[in-house]
Write a new protein. Structure first.
Ligand code: ARG
Length: 588
């Protein structure tokens, strides 16, 4: 459906034209004085110069022409030249009924669907998943869902960190503990065991142990570096260990991400990019894009318009090893070969911005990626604790994701069972859903690039701008609808007529914004706009609810219209939380 604001602007454009003015002046915005009007147009002011007329005169002329419009019930010219608009309640109601009848609730699919890759999650294999990876997963998942809703073809790629030094550390530690394993016997030519020589629990202990040792013990560190080197150069036994690490970790990661309601289409990683590196480097050298700088191979990416220095993108160290940037460039080679994306969005900690500036420039300059492909860095801020420092456990360690989630669920469980008897299983299930909403909404309601404070008390509150408040609102509506049905009312084929009071009109005007908000959230890759919208919508609903007798309304027709409105509020809220990545329980 066309956005209501555009429909209003069309009517205004006709009025400008009819009064002899340029219709381009008919820009309509939401009112910034909701006490006076609902929408407004400041075009008369903008036209004053061109027409050498006082803005109020232009405004008056335009208002005069607005006599038989459909959406505008009241137009007023006010000094110095604003045009204040109020909508026609019947027109808004019929717009809402059209939304209600549309399975997409009025959101139009894009006319130019694109192939988009979203690079998010980015956990490092064999290292425990911690809160730092939480933001990427939550934001990336939401961007993916929003883009899909707009009709784009989207692939979410987890881009595992699976090719680094941590692998050498694990191999070294394993060798110390179990030197008898065949992986360490260079003379061994048989098949390696199918079973991994460690469980996920052991693996999670091996990595920090090895990492701590390497910091103390230089010989150990050298050995781990060497093991990394051998692995990266195809050592047979180490490759077999790597496969075990991957299998055990990825199984665990899949479980963790499934718990978070985060789903990747591609489980590729840095290791998958390695095969593309040699040819890529050859070409970059041969075509003169890469040159040696103090022994390292680099691509210059400084541009004339830069106000600060952008160091070259390094693609090979003097010892021949490749780097983070090399892997990202090679990944682009692979993505280009396999998907020819129109756009790639990287959802990564904003502290990595410079890295991506270098990689993007190098990729464009060397033709790895065509000029018209959009490479977009969506950098997010740090999740801090209440002390304003990066979120830690009480003991000061890095918080494991599972711990964090379990903590929130416990908190929710307490709230749900407080003063109430709820069946154990249901309470657990509800706590899970509400906990997820608390975490995700707590994150997504902030502009991604900003740091934010992870405040468990605030995030789990049923009041205020929180996930649980949104769910509570949905549950409240579900309960009214269930009661209505239990009283014999049918929920089908109901129409909104909007005969009620101000709070109903206000709620209706929130609802009509839905398609515009969704479009805008996509254009700006900004899930926080959806959060802000559903907070307003939930508030408008609750205000209406407190002022209105719904089930006890005596006029059957009015009651039906209320129920129709409730159904639409519920559907819009549910569609929004779906793109944010969480869902509502039946009760709470
Ligand atoms: N594994 C990286 C980290 O933990 C994030 C990967 C981001 N994606 C990318 N294509 N570099 O910092």
């Amino acid at each position: 459906m066309r956005k209501i604001i555009d429909l209003i602007a069309d009517e205004l454009a006709a009025a400008f034209e009819g009064a002899g003015y340029d219709k381009a002046l008919a820009r309509v915005t939401l009112s910034n004085r909701p006490d006076l009007c609902e929408y407004q147009c400041n075009g008369a002011m903008a036209g004053a110069k061109t027409y050498r007329k006082a803005p109020i005169m232009i405004a008056n002329d335009v208002v005069e022409k607005l006599t038989d419009s459909k959406y505008i019930a009241e137009a007023r010219a006010v000094n110095p030249g604003f045009i204040n608009l109020k909508t026609d309640v019947d027109a808004v109601a019929s717009y809402l009924n059209a939304m209600k009848a549309d399975e997409r609730l009025g959101v139009r699919k894009t006319e130019n669907p694109e192939m988009i890759v979203i690079d998010y999650g980015g956990p490092n294999v064999a290292k425990p998943l911690h809160v730092g990876h939480l933001r990427s997963a939550i934001i990336g998942e939401s961007i993916k869902r929003i883009a899909r809703k707009m009709g784009h073809t989207v692939l979410g790629d987890i881009h595992l960190g699976d090719w680094g030094y941590q692998m050498g550390l694990i191999i070294t530690e394993l060798k110390e503990r179990k030197p008898e394993l065949p992986y360490f016997d260079d003379a061994y030519e048989g098949e390696y065991p199918k079973e991994a020589p460690f469980t996920i629990g052991e693996l999670e202990e091996i990595y920090p142990t090895a990492s701590a040792k390497a910091k103390e013990d230089e010989a150990y560190r050298k050995e781990a570096l060497h093991a990394t080197y051998l692995l990266q150069n195809g050592h047979r036994g180490y490759t077999a260990i790597w496969n075990h690490i991957m299998h055990v970790s990825v199984t665990d990661l899949k479980k963790n991400y499934a718990n978070l309601n985060v789903d990747f289409d591609l489980w590729k990683g840095e290791a998958d990019a390695q095969a593309f590196i040699p040819d890529m480097i050859e070409r970059l050298k041969a075509e003169g894009y890469a040159h040696l700088d103090e022994g390292a191979l680099v691509i210059d990416v400084q541009e004339e318009t830069d106000t600060k220095e952008i160091p070259p993108c390094m693609i090979q160290k003097s010892d021949g090893a490749s780097l983070y940037g090399t892997t990202d460039l090679a990944t682009l080679v692979q993505r280009e070969r396999d998907y020819q994306p129109d756009k790639i969005v990287y959802v990564v900690d904003k502290r990595q911005e410079l890295h991506f500036v270098q990689v993007f420039r190098a990729a464009k300059k060397t033709g790895i990626v065509p000029k018209e492909t959009e490479l977009k860095f969506l950098g997010f801020g740090t999740m801090n604790g209440k002390d304003g420092k990066p979120f830690k456990t009480r003991e000061g360690g890095v918080m494991r994701l599972e711990r964090l989630i379990a903590g929130i669920e416990e908190e929710m469980y307490k709230k749900i069972t407080d003063n109430r008897t709820v069946e154990e299983a249901e309470a657990k299930e509800t706590a899970k859903l509400v906990g997820m909403a608390a975490i995700k909404y707590g994150d997504l309601s902030n502009q991604a690039s900003k740091d934010y404070i992870f405040d468990v008390d605030r995030f789990t509150s049923f009041e205020g701008n929180t996930g649980p408040y949104i769910l509570y609102t949905i549950v409240r509506i579900k309960s009214i609808l269930n009661k209505y049905a239990a009283q014999g009312g049918s929920l089908n084929d109901l129409l909104i007529d909007g005969a009620g009071g101000d709070s109903e009109k206000a709620l209706m005007l929130e609802l009509v914004k839905y398609n515009e908000i969704m479009e805008n959230a996509y254009e700006e890759l900004a899930p926080h706009k959806i959060c802000a919208y559903i907070y307003d919508l939930a508030n408008a609903f609750n205000h209406f609810y407190h002022e209105t007798k719904i089930l006890t309304e005596e006029d059957e027709a009015v009651k039906k219209s209320y129920i129709a409105l409730l159904i639409l509020v519920k559907e819009v809220l549910e569609a929004c939380i779906d793109v944010l990545g969480f869902e509502a329980p039946e009760r709470m």
